[in-house]
Design a protein. Structure first.
Length: 307
């Protein structure tokens, strides 16, 4: 039932009739090309966050053409946050430390954040609906019993849909925690990487890959890096789950110390074509800007396309 509903919903975003069978769906969230919003993290050579730049330090390029910045903000704004947590059998013995790390992230985040939890093994389920109550989140994080195999991409897809439809905050974030290679998802990586940046949702990832083989680790890292790079997030990889809480606090700092930039594209054609985005920042030292890497220009969906 869930699969039928979600395929129909994604089909609406593609401008297809709801009954269309999508065997290998090119899942694309269409962006309204009249305004492109970017959430950007700026770091210096040592990886430290740079949070005091003026608008004049930034330059946005779309397909190599510089764009005029219409919106510029530096503020600690509340977010809608999805915690996507691996509950496969290999996570046995790790979940308690992951639970502590996730709660540390929530406690270090904006007090007006709203958070939901998706647990996953070979299936994905919404365990805890949006809340800012620590007790409810703690219960949700402790409820899943690790078993089964890993369908990480399917879980991210569910999180993207839920955030887009139900998230109340302008800024939306997903944190994925997993300890191995995806070996059960129905959605292919290429479709997810294409769809995720269209939502403007930032994807962060924490890989606990110390027990995986070299080949499995490489494949898992490749999947997570592709998702986080495309959306402007970041990946961390740990050999020891005990370090997870430290990384969770880094994620919280990253989210709370970003710039929001927006521009109206000089190319207004809503032709479905891909537009590459590059953002640079100038300072007293070389700076790196993380933000989403592009979008597909098409008509924005109406509210009727949301279930």
């Amino acid at each position: 039932m869930w699969r039928a509903v979600t395929l129909a919903w994604w089909a609406c975003w593609l401008g297809l009739p709801a009954w269309t069978q999508v065997e290998e769906p090119g899942f694309v969230f269409r962006s309204d090309a009249r305004l492109v919003v970017l959430h950007a993290t700026v770091v210096g050579p040592g990886g430290d966050l740079v949070t005091d730049l003026p608008q004049s330090a930034f330059h946005i390029f779309e397909d190599g053409v510089e764009q005029h910045i219409k919106v510029f903000r530096r503020e600690d704004a509340p977010v809608s946050l999805g915690l996507v947590i691996d509950a496969s059998g290999s996570m046995l013995g790790k979940r308690e430390k992951v639970k502590a790390a996730a709660l540390a992230l929530v406690r270090a985040s904006h007090p007006q954040d709203e958070v939901f939890i998706i647990n996953f093994n070979e299936r994905s389920w919404l365990d805890t609906e949006f809340t800012n109550q620590i007790a409810r989140l703690e219960e949700g994080l402790g409820r899943a019993e690790p078993q089964g195999i890993t369908a990480m991409r399917d879980a991210v897809r569910l999180a993207l849909e839920h955030l887009w439809v139900r998230g109340e905050r302008d800024k939306k974030v997903i944190l994925v925690v997993t300890d191995g290679e995806d070996n059960a998802s129905s959605i292919e990586l290429k479709y997810l990487v294409r769809a995720a940046p269209q939502t403007g949702i930032l994807v962060y990832a924490l890989g606990l890959l110390g027990e995986a083989s070299r080949e499995a680790t490489a494949r898992a890292r490749s999947d997570l890096d592709a998702l986080t790079h495309a959306t402007g997030g970041q990946s961390w990889y740990l050999d020891d789950v005990a370090q997870a809480e430290r990384v969770a606090l880094e994620v919280a700092r990253d989210i709370r110390n970003q710039y929001t930039l927006a521009y109206t594209p000089s190319n207004q054609a809503l032709d479905g074509g891909y537009r590459r985005i590059r953002v640079t920042a100038q300072g007293s030292q070389p700076l790196t800007v993380r933000t989403r890497t592009g979008y597909y220009a098409g008509p924005a969906p109406s509210s009727a396309s949301r279930p």
